[in-house]
Design a protein around this ligand. Structure first.
Ligand code: EPZ
Length: 418
């Protein structure tokens, strides 16, 4: 098992460069099998989720040429095999192979795990979309068989603006016969990045980034080149670290508009911040932040993935602040560890109420999930003394070179195998 040790209370100066977006990458890699030729994707982050998906490509006999920040995918000799639990269990986003294999072969057979630690996370909307396109779905325990004689366009209304369902239906619809309309589609930037990738291959998708996406089915998809957008959640995590520990700390290669909701909250709280075209420079304050209330929402609202790291910043706001989670039913597993570090937090239903500022003292904590783990890193960098974080495999799934990036700007943080 890997653990992280953080010596907190240090001022961080210099530049952190944001990597490619995990939540775009994990959809782009499965989507690449839809081309009949070859797809080159650059700015691909080196995180364990990327490797897990490349392993699934290799299982399906897809040629994968992984360079440092890019991957070349050639599915010309691929075979449509069943994706076993050993492969699909490594990450939930393996479910994008359902849409991609259905879209390419009209058949997908894969094991898919149920929910995860932050919630039940059903895939009913994905399956509803596949059925609307003409697929028949049979399930045996965790095994899904999704099959269609023919895929035809359909009008699909999503009861929840689900990121995964929006993307998965897009993957299944790009080669269906006729027009598909997705209503109440999710509007996250990662969806636009995937739609652009598919259009670069010759798909006909309009409206990605709005709540209505139209897809005209095409026969063939050709060779293409594509770039992953910067990771807005990694961006936000480092912005929060800068607000707590930075001295002119520059977060580079990012898209300010993608973190608008966070930046406006920081303005409201009185952050020392300069926002450029593709960077933000932030210094910590020597007086407490103003308190504020936050509610997570679908894009462009405040992202649920930043709820946990942002809670750490709220521990340093004067008086009472509230943060409400509206997307997942169990995304507060970081709270007991923030309280152990010294935070004053009362959790009631889906709202955490914090009273600050509170002194945080390093101690032993656990990364219960990816973004809770990120919150532990944020807290450990700010707290006085040493913080030890266990279960850090969660963190390494979503933050490329996090140790190197933080060490580069003056953090004392290390990864140990125990
Ligand atoms: C994506 O998950 C992200 N993951 C999540 O990031 C992110 O938190 C989430 O979108 C919301 O922004 C990836 O992109 C790989 P949803 P996804 O479908 O697609 C319910 C991280 O930390 N729902 O938008 O699974 C679901 O239970 C991860 O990087 C259904 O009920 O999220 C949830 O309550 C965590 N039925 C809500 O919708 C469905 O068929 C939003 O889920 C699908 C979803």
């Amino acid at each position: 098992m890997k653990i992280m040790e953080v010596e907190g209370g240090r001022t961080l100066e210099g530049t952190i460069r944001v990597s490619g977006a995990k939540n775009a990458t994990v959809a782009l890699i499965p989507a690449a099998i839809l081309t009949d030729e070859e797809a080159t994707i650059c700015n691909v982050p080196e995180i364990t989720d990327t490797e897990a998906l490349c392993d699934i490509l290799r299982l399906l006999n897809v040629k994968v040429n992984r360079a440092s920040e890019s991957v070349v995918i050639n599915p010309q000799d691929m075979v449509n095999l069943e994706i076993t639990e050993e492969y699909s269990n490594k990450l939930r986003a393996s479910y994008y192979f359902m849409g991609a294999l259905l879209g390419k072969y009209k058949k997908a057979v894969m094991y898919f795990p149920g929910g995860c630690s932050i919630g039940a996370r059903p895939i009913d909307l994905h399956l509803k979309g596949f059925e609307a396109l003409g697929a028949k779905i049979t399930t045996e325990k965790n095994k899904y068989i999704v099959e269609a004689k023919e895929l035809h366009g359909a009008n699909i209304y999503l009861d929840i603006a689900s990121v995964g369902a929006t993307i998965n239906i897009m993957l299944a619809a790009v080669k269906a016969k006729g027009q598909t309309i997705i209503e109440n589609a999710a509007k996250e930037p990662e969806i636009v990045n995937v739609a652009t990738f598919l259009n670069n291959m010759g798909a006909k998708i309009v409206g990605a980034g709005t709540s209505t996406i139209k897809i005209e089915g095409v026969e063939k998809l050709h060779k293409c080149f594509h770039e992953v957008i910067p990771d807005r959640i990694e961006t936000g995590t480092y912005i929060i670290i800068a607000a707590l520990c930075g001295k002119n700390l520059r977060i580079d290669n990012m898209i300010p508009e993608h973190v608008d909701s966070l930046l406006s909250k920081l303005e409201e709280m009185g952050a020392n911040m300069e926002v450029g075209a593709d960077y933000v420079i932030i210094s910590k304050k020597d007086t407490p932040y103003k308190s504020t209330d936050v509610k997570t929402a679908v894009y462009p609202g405040f992202p649920t993935d930043l709820q946990q790291p942002f809670t750490v910043l709220l521990t340093q706001a004067e008086g009472k602040s509230k943060i409400t989670e509206t997307i997942y039913e169990n995304r507060f597993m970081h709270i007991p560890y923030l309280k152990k570090l010294g935070a004053d937090i009362v959790l009631k239903n889906q709202t955490a109420t914090l009273t600050g500022p509170s002194e945080l003292k390093g101690c032993e904590v656990v990364a219960t999930d990816l973004r809770a783990g990120a919150a532990m890193v944020v807290a450990g960098l700010f707290a006085s003394g040493k913080t030890t974080i266990t279960n850090v495999e969660h963190i390494l799934r979503g933050y490329e070179q996090i140790i190197e990036k933080l060490t580069e700007v003056g953090a004392k943080i290390s990864l140990k195998e125990i």
